[in-house]
Design a protein. Structure first.
Length: 107
């Protein structure tokens, strides 16, 4: 068989359509798989970041390096007032003891 300008090639149209559809399906499947892998890699990056942040929080929170809850601040403020009141009561009790000691001593 000689190939020149007048040579005719007969092809089955149904076969050609099947080949084109097969290649299109393969390309589409490849793009779907690549897209899914990219989405999973991004999710993995996000999870790693969350895990690092959680680890940092878990270590620093008990040490007080990340601040305190608003309730803790309010509680600390109340404790300071109670400590002040307690110091005043202690001073009053000490003065009463001293006065009583002085009265007993003078008698």
């Amino acid at each position: 068989m000689k190939l020149d300008e007048t040579t005719q090639i007969k092809a089955n149209a149904a076969f050609a359509i099947k080949v084109v559809l097969g290649v299109a399906t393969a390309v589409w499947s490849y793009s779907v798989i690549v897209n899914r892998i990219s989405a999973l890699e991004l999710e993995l990056i996000r999870l790693k970041h969350d895990i690092e942040m959680n680890s940092e929080f878990r270590v620093k929170w008990p040490r007080g390096e990340l601040g305190a809850l608003p309730d803790d601040a309010e509680q600390n403020l109340r404790l300071k007032f109670v400590e002040g009141d307690l110091d005043a009561v202690k001073a009053q009790v000490d003065s009463l003891r001293y006065e009583r000691y002085e009265r007993v001593k003078d008698e």
